[in-house]
Ligand binder design. Structure first.
Ligand code: NDP
Length: 446
């Protein structure tokens, strides 16, 4: 391939309609092409051309009975993208928007992210167009059991180790694990994100959010800054948003927003620990809507149908979903003084918006670097399961922190420009690529 344009034309032709996948590949190709030019062995071995095709894709029917004994049918997927450096590893997403293109984008990103963690983890992603919202616990259980009744033949502790993502938390992981155990008659670390008393790791629920904040701390250090006192906007109110907020509050930042797909809440004085506890109970136990916070919490306003990027802040943490910051949002953020972005979500920023951040020379960390704490701690959960041991909270947190420091160093190594600006996108893409590419070359044409 001569250039990115030609390469992408082929990607689009071979993967029609998969717009999010095209977007993810384009971003990586733009970082890699200049690097491949300087390092022709990777081009000769057609490493990138191989990496954009999953090693295997599974698509299966998931029939289940709802509470009215009606038959419901969903589609299940597992994209096994790369096993070059370890078993396939990546979450399951249950959301009505799920389709093959979205899972291919997520699996592709996962390969680079997992490589950055320094742990022996390949990349994969899966899920279903099933929507857990509004379903009873029994319905969610029946769906999970049916989903696992097919998936179990394709996964295993040394083959493919799924975890959670949007719509898949500890409740779903429990039901999935129970069915796997029943079908295989074995108790192994085949899933991560398990509950503590049956094989889970301390800090795993917190890891993506905490890790994102640790990464932002490293970015701020490059400008002799710290998190304390900074005004932060956070989107989403699920797992990642909750623990990002918890860590930010612990470090003395002011978190002024949270959101869900209905709209966002804003508290000028900043959310308190008590407010966060209310959100945790609202979202994790009652599975309610964020707008309830405006009715129940003092000083909180709700903005229906809007995203929080219009609120002035120092640091923004997009932690809901892909493409949630467009170019207009990015310009507003920069205009209002935001100078740091830590992506808790995967690919939350559209390409034009990334350019806005980079042209403004603000600190911008892509998801594959910033949110790698979740999968890193999943890797630590796998280690603990294999060793049949359980590390303390402090031990896991310290390992997580060190992994994030290392990822930051890798990004600086490959992303620092002549003018001193750190292009974290290039840094993460090239560092992630090199390790996988070397393994692929070592293992021959596979
Ligand atoms: P959760 O399901 O716990 O929470 C998702 C949050 O995002 C909810 O508040 C949800 O609101 C909101 N959301 C989902 N879709 C949309 C949408 N289309 N528009 C606006 N808001 C939306 O998921 P997680 O917190 O686990 O995941 C959030 C992001 O972080 C995802 O991009 C995921 O891939 C990424 N991530 C997660 C990791 C993890 O360990 N969990 C690891 C690395 C990345 P609502 O309830 O209204 O749908």
């Amino acid at each position: 391939m001569k250039n990115v344009k030609e390469f992408m034309a082929e990607v689009v032709r071979k993967n029609p309609g998969e717009v999010e996948f095209h977007q993810a590949v384009q971003e990586v190709a733009e970082s890699l092409f200049p690097f491949l030019k300087k390092n022709p062995k990777y081009a000769r071995e057609k490493v990138l051309e191989r990496m954009i095709i999953p090693e295997r894709v599974l698509i299966f029917r998931v029939p289940w009975l709802d509470d009215n004994e009606e038959i419901q049918i969903n589609t299940g997927y597992r994209v096994e993208m790369s096993s070059a450096i370890g078993p396939y590893k990546g979450g399951l997403r249950f959301h009505p928007s799920v389709n093959l293109g979205i899972l291919k984008f997520l699996a592709f990103e996962q390969v680079y992210k997992n490589s950055l963690t320094t742990l022996p983890l390949g990349g994969g992603k899966g899920g279903s167009d099933f929507d857990p919202k509004g379903k009873s616990d029994r319905e969610v259980m029946k769906f999970c059991q049916s989903f696992m009744t097919e998936l179990f033949r394709h996964i295993g502790e040394n083959t493919d180790v799924p975890a959670g993502d949007i719509g898949v938390g500890s409740r779903e992981i429990g039901y999935l694990f129970g069915q796997y155990k029943r079908l295989k008659n074995e108790f192994t670390g085949v899933l991560t994100g398990k509950s503590l008393n049956w094989g889970g790791s301390l800090i795993r629920p917190e890891a993506t959010g905490y890790g994102c904040v640790y990464f932002v701390q490293e970015m701020l250090k490059t400008r002799d800054e710290s998190i304390e006192g900074k005004v932060c906007t956070v989107s989403g109110s699920g797992n990642v948003a909750q623990y990002t907020t918890e860590k930010l509050l612990e470090l003395g930042a002011k978190v002024v927003t949270l959101s869900d797909s209905g709209g966002y809440i804003y508290k000028k004085k900043g959310l308190t620990d008590e407010d966060l506890r209310f959100v945790l109970e609202l979202k994790n136990v009652r599975r309610g809507r964020i707008k309830e916070c405006a009715e129940k919490l003092k000083g909180v306003k709700y903005f229906d149908g809007k995203r929080p990027w219009e609120v002035p802040c120092d640091i923004a943490f997009p932690s809901a979903t892909q493409n949630e910051i467009d170019a207009k949002d990015a310009k507003t953020l920069v205009k209002n003084g935001c100078y740091c972005i830590g992506e808790g979500a995967n690919m939350p920023t559209v390409p034009d918006a990334v350019k806005v951040f980079q042209n403004a020379k603000i600190l911008y960390a892509p998801g594959k670097a910033a949110n790698a704490g979740g999968v890193s701690t999943s890797g630590l959960e796998m280690s603990q399961n294999s060793m049949r041991t359980c590390w303390t909270r402090e031990e896991v947190d310290e390992k997580l922190r060190m992994i994030k420091v290392n990822i930051h160093e890798s990004c600086v190594k490959y992303g620092k420009q002549k003018d001193g600006y750190i292009n974290y996108v290039d840094g993460a893409n090239i560092a992630g690529f090199v390790k996988v590419a070397e393994a692929m070359i070592d293992q021959g044409v596979v």
